[in-house]
Design a protein around this ligand. Structure first.
Ligand SMILES: O=C(O)/C=C/C(=O)CC(=O)CC(=O)O
Ligand SMILES: [Ca+2]
Ligand SMILES: [Mg+2]
Length: 429
């Protein structure tokens, strides 16, 4: 399949096999609306609809779906509609004889260069949940927070552990965040203190957007869950480890994480990721039937290369910190969604579910500085000469997450999820 509407370089994240959705605006058209990235341009989905491109898609009212500042309505339509739109777009982009293509004529009438757009959050996120689905990460953090003997809690291999995050502070890539202030207890023999976090960290994650979801009281099967995940983004679950370690007992993460969570702006659909399915890690003990399902042969993992880079405030270049892969994740995306809804909790279009930090088996794949510096015990070197080091994030450092699936001759990529940490606000308390 070759895009003939615009040029797409082989190393572009946004191949014609990808077609991720996002919400964008431009200086001349400042109202946010639905776009699809291809090569180095963004297609205006509402403009394409006015040319009649999606007229034959049943159940798609273009005005309500594409002339919108968020993707929730499109996410709510479900996989059969997403698939039709995908194949219509591919035909439009690759076939010079396409009737609408002839009517559209020039690229400028339906597309703008990526370098000229402002990206917004892809959806209005009603609820945000974060799982804890990498065995390696859970073991590492458990060892540091609770000691070697309690590293992996007894429930961990039986269910995808998660916590309810804060949807209001999810921000799109490019948004800077201030270092949070909070309560922490640096000396376990003294009372707690208040002030800027001294152990600010990133977490390399991906997150899925829920599609149609489920009615309250009606759980989902694994097969249903498969059809109800719209797509994936990169996510950085910024974490203030000192605030977290002091506050988390016994109810879990709270203010150590809710000051901000960054996501990448382009949502890569599950249909685009289909060719990159792989087996998930072997699950031992065998999960309960609701998390297992009859279709054991289904490949429930995804081979997605992930990287984290840091640009230290006292350095010139980005430096690679983490190189991991979504395939390491113990609990699959569909198991996470099934578990979330099994008690009858209703999931809604645009809900966001983080996978949890994606650490792999070796040190290069550790998805947080907490793990890389082993709770601040060792310095992480950020340049060849060893002159720039970190244990945790410093003010004005930039953290960048990237990810892509590699096929023969093309990529299905995620763009980037970037954020800079600004100094804490002086609260003059
Ligand atoms: O084990 C703990 O107490 C802490 C866990 C976390 O940091 C929660 C979290 O964000 C899970 C994850 O990203 O994997
Ligand atoms: Ca997390
Ligand atoms: Mg967070």
């Amino acid at each position: 399949m070759k895009c003939t509407f615009v040029e797409v370089a082989p190393e572009s994240d946004f191949s014609v096999q990808n077609l991720p959705y996002g919400i964008y605006s431009t200086d001349s058209k400042p109202v946010p609306r639905v776009g699809v990235a291809i090569g180095s341009v963004v297609l205006d989905m509402h403009a394409l609809a006015t040319y009649g491109l999606f007229d034959k898609v049943e159940g798609l009212a273009a005005e309500q779906v594409f002339n919108q500042p968020q993707l929730n309505n499109f996410m709510g339509l479900g996989r059969p509609v997403w698939r039709q739109v995908r194949s219509i777009l591919q035909n439009f982009l690759c076939n010079d004889d396409n009737t609408v293509r002839k009517r559209v004529g020039d690229v400028e009438s339906v597309a703008v260069p990526l370098c000229n757009v402002h990206m917004h959050l892809p959806a209005q996120i009603g609820d945000y949940t974060d799982f804890y689905a990498s065995r390696e990460h859970a073991t590492n953090v458990g060892m540091m927070f609770r000691g070697k003997d309690n590293a992996l809690m007894p429930n961990w291999t039986h269910l995808p552990v998660g916590y309810h995050g804060r949807a209001s502070s999810v921000v799109v890539s490019g948004t800077s965040l201030h270092r949070p202030n909070g309560q922490r207890r640096p000396d376990p023999n003294k009372p707690p203190v208040f002030g800027p976090s001294m152990r600010l960290d990133y977490e390399l994650e991906m997150a899925f957007f829920v599609g149609p979801g489920n009615a309250r009281g009606s759980p989902l099967s694994l097969e249903q869950a498969e059809e109800r995940i719209f797509g994936l983004v990169l996510m950085n679950d910024w974490s203030a480890r000192d605030i977290q370690a002091w506050e988390y007992v016994p109810l879990g993460p709270f203010l150590g994480k809710s000051f901000g969570t960054s996501i990448s702006p382009w949502v890569v659909t599950m249909d685009a990721l289909e060719p990159f399915r792989v087996a998930q890690p072997t699950q031992d003990p065998t999960p309960l039937p609701y998390l297992r399902g009859p279709s054991t042969a289904v490949l429930a993992g995804y081979d997605i290369n992930l990287q984290v880079h840091i640009k230290p405030h006292n350095g010139e270049k980005f430096h690679l910190l983490t190189q991991s892969n979504l395939k390491h994740m113990y609990w699959s995306l569909r198991q996470q969604l099934v578990h979330h809804a099994i008690n009858g909790c209703n999931m809604r279009p645009g809900d966001l579910c983080g996978t949890g930090t994606i650490s792999g088996p070796n040190k290069e794949s550790f998805g947080s500085m907490l793990e890389l510096s082993w709770s601040g015990q060792t310095e992480i070197s950020l340049d060849e000469s060893g002159g720039i080091t970190r244990k945790f994030i410093e003010d004005n450092d930039v953290i960048r997450l990237t990810g892509y699936c590699q096929a023969d001759g093309f990529r299905v990529g995620f763009g980037e999820c970037t954020g800079q940490i600004l100094p804490a606000k002086d609260l003059a308390l």
